[in-house]
Design a binder for this molecule. Structure first.
Ligand code: BG6
Ligand code: MG
Length: 213
């Protein structure tokens, strides 16, 4: 049985996809760069600067590193403004039952997210001090599909990666979990991914025993 479960944040605990999309879209429109929801799907689990590089595949001019920093900052400022709207009501279906059920079984709980906004989001949804460990985009150098953030979460919890399961909604996150030697539990978009060990539309569809087996 697994001793720890590491949860991705965006798309697993709370849905921020729409906020990310609107903020990137505002930035891209201002620059005259084509951007749509299909491209937005490729940004799931990917760091801010790597996301910008994907958006810039459609740009007709090249940008300096300073210009790229400014574009990412502009997007993040817009995104941060929308995060004030987040409340505990935005926690996704099944999440609280899964968290409390796992905790009752003595399982350690962590966050493993690419987002540098992780602390703000956790505060907004009332889970600021809920998890035993938080590994996020502020502490890592390699974005998913690299396993760095999940390996850090396991280390902070003091568990072996083989004793941990990861819950993810991104293909890049499932790849990261497998690359780190962890069990991969998929929800949302990633539930269609054949590399996942267990899958469901939301956490409400996945029994605790299937996460921990
Ligand atoms: C991930 C999201 O959790 O965090 C990505 O799925 C996002 O879409 C990434 O780009 C980085 O987020 P932030 O908040 O650091 O810009
Ligand atoms: Mg995610």
């Amino acid at each position: 049985m697994k001793k720890a479960v590491i949860f991705d944040l965006d798309g697993v605990i709370v849905s921020t996809d729409g906020y990310h999309y609107k903020a990137w879209k505002a930035m891209a429109d201002e620059e005259g760069i084509y951007f749509d929801e299909v491209i937005n799907n490729r940004l799931r689990g990917v760091s801010r600067m790597a996301s910008l590089e994907i958006i810039l595949e459609r740009a007709t001019k090249t940008y300096t590193d300073e210009e790229k920093e400014a574009m990412a900052t502009k997007k993040n400022d817009i995104y941060r403004e929308s995060l004030v709207e987040l409340t505990p009501d935005d926690i996704l279906p099944g999440v609280m039952d899964t968290l409390t059920g796992l905790r009752e079984k003595g399982v350690k709980l962590a966050i493993g997210s690419s987002s540098k906004n992780t602390p703000v989001i956790l505060e907004q949804i009332g889970l600021g001090s809920y998890f035993d460990a938080v590994a996020d985009g502020n502490q890592i150098t390699k974005s998913k599909p690299d396993p760095e953030v999940f390996l850090l979460a396991a280390k902070l919890l003091g568990v072996d990666p083989a004793d941990a399961a990861v819950v993810e909604d991104a293909y890049a996150g499932i790849d990261a979990a497998k690359a780190g030697g962890m069990k991969a539990v998929a929800v949302g978009d990633a539930s269609k991914y054949e590399k996942a060990d267990v899958a469901g539309a939301t956490l409400a569809d996945i029994p605790l025993d299937d996460i921990l087996a």
